[in-house]
Design a protein around this ligand. Structure first.
Ligand code: GLU
Length: 420
């Protein structure tokens, strides 16, 4: 049996394909092919009943030539060094594509968060932050939410970090983390930002292809922050959500599932399974559902050599990081299925993180309209850059997105040179 490529091997292959096509400088290629720092921390936490459990946490810092390391923290049983390395590397490309002054990082804890109480999650988060405190900082490495982490977890990280620094530095350090609750210095519009970015990209794609979103059908995998916001924001366009899958199962209704009601249902029941007015379907049927658009908004490795032939859509808009592997990509291309790649499509999150960071640094609060307008401007500019690069190099959009990022990074390395 052929060994499945790891998540990081997948990144390496994507990178090599783009680097070959654009003729990336061989020395700069060597630098960008490596991560800079890889921090692994095993830490103990006392559980509610008094026993101690050990946890494995990671933070990988890929590159910081464009600015401070930036990227989320995820809580998931599958988190390991290989995955975090891949996710950190994607963050470098993402920030470069949308033209924000950040490098790339990612972290996580190998944990099933649903098995722990709120107070245990708080202790785990605080203890990990304490262990990580010398490796993060408001102008150095700035965590944010990712899979299974949210604004509450960011508030605990903020509070723990601020407790470890001198009192005089506390009020000018709240930008150590983004995705905070608004009352604790978060930005309006950050919560929906990734889903909003996905929808802005879909709008551009629809314009480019003379495609009417009114009445269009779509499916979503993962109904957490990204998937549920993308669905809720597509609703006013008149698009119809016909199938959804998450860890609890998959549901279908040709007449349409209401994204707002479904979001409320998921909040209450922990998943989409047993949503009234829907039919239960299996994973394969979900993937084969005929629709105009598929939004994978869960984890990596969903669209592969085996599953890509099943898809029955015109467009894949990647809300998740790394949902499609190299084999999956090849099949989608051969089948003429359009793809808006993750490092462009889901960049709305880090973009509004950047706006939050700026507001904190300037002690400002921006109106929601201002945040949305800035996000719209930046993401559509990035979309057009990727689209035009794909035309110029006669290549697929993922490779084009890499070329946009690598061109910017190459330029900066050439301007600065290597010390000493
Ligand atoms: N976790 C998100 C991502 O993968 C957001 C990162 C951030 O805001 O720093 O892009």
């Amino acid at each position: 049996m052929v060994k499945k490529a790891s998540v990081y091997e997948n990144v390496t292959r994507q990178f090599n394909k783009a680097a070959d096509l654009m003729g990336l400088d061989t020395d700069i290629r060597k630098i960008l092919a490596k991560t800079t720092n890889e921090i692994s921390i095993n830490f103990p936490v006392e559980m509610d009943d008094g026993h101690i459990e050990m946890f494995a946490g990671y933070r990988v810092q890929h590159n910081s030539v464009l600015g401070p390391y930036k990227g989320g923290l995820r809580y998931h049983p599958k988190v390991d060094l290989d995955e975090v390395r891949a996710l950190a590397t994607w963050m470098t490309w993402k920030s470069a594509i949308v033209d924000i002054p950040y490098g790339g990082a990612k972290g996580g804890i190998q944990i099933d968060p649903f098995k722990y109480s709120i107070s245990e999650l708080e202790h785990i988060t605080r203890r990990f932050t304490f262990a990580l405190r010398q490796y993060i900082g408001p102008e150095y490495d700035i965590p944010a939410p990712d899979v299974n982490t949210n604004s509450q977890i960011m508030a605990w990280i903020l509070d723990t970090y601020l407790s470890t620094i001198p009192p005089k530095e506390r009020h000018c350090s709240i930008h150590v983390v983004t995705g905070k609750p608004v009352e604790s210095g978060g930005s309006l519009g950050r919560n929906k930002a990734t889903g909003q970015g996905v929808v802005f990209c879909i709008e551009e794609w629809a314009k480019d292809n003379n495609f009417d979103l009114n009445g269009a059908t779509y499916t979503v995998q993962g109904f957490g922050n990204v998937g549920s916001w993308a669905a809720r924001l597509l609703k006013p366009h008149g698009a119809k959500l016909i199938a959804v899958e998450d860890i609890t199962g998959a549901i279908h209704n040709t007449k349409g599932l209401d994204p707002d009601n479904l979001t409320e249902f998921v909040k209450e029941h922990g998943g989409v399974a047993n949503y009234p007015d829907s039919k239960k379907i299996d994973h394969k049927t979900f993937l084969s559902t005929e629709a105009d658009i598929f939004i994978p908004a869960a984890l990596e490795g969903v669209i592969t050599g085996e599953t890509a032939p099943l898809l029955n859509v015109k467009l894949v808009a990647e809300g998740a990081n790394g949902p499609t592997n190299i084999m999956g990509d090849e099949i989608l291309q051969k089948r003429g299925i359009h793809l808006i790649p993750d490092i462009l499509c889901n960049a709305g999150g880090v973009m509004v993180s950047y706006f939050e960071w700026l507001q904190n640094k300037r002690s400002e609060y921006w109106e929601l309209e201002e945040v949305d307008a800035k996000l719209h401007k930046k993401i559509t500019m990035a979309y057009k850059r990727v689209r035009d690069t794909a035309k110029k190099f006669n290549t697929d959009w993922r490779t084009a997105a890499y070329i946009v990022a690598l061109t910017r990074l190459e330029k900066v390395y050439k301007e600065r040179g290597i010390f000493p």
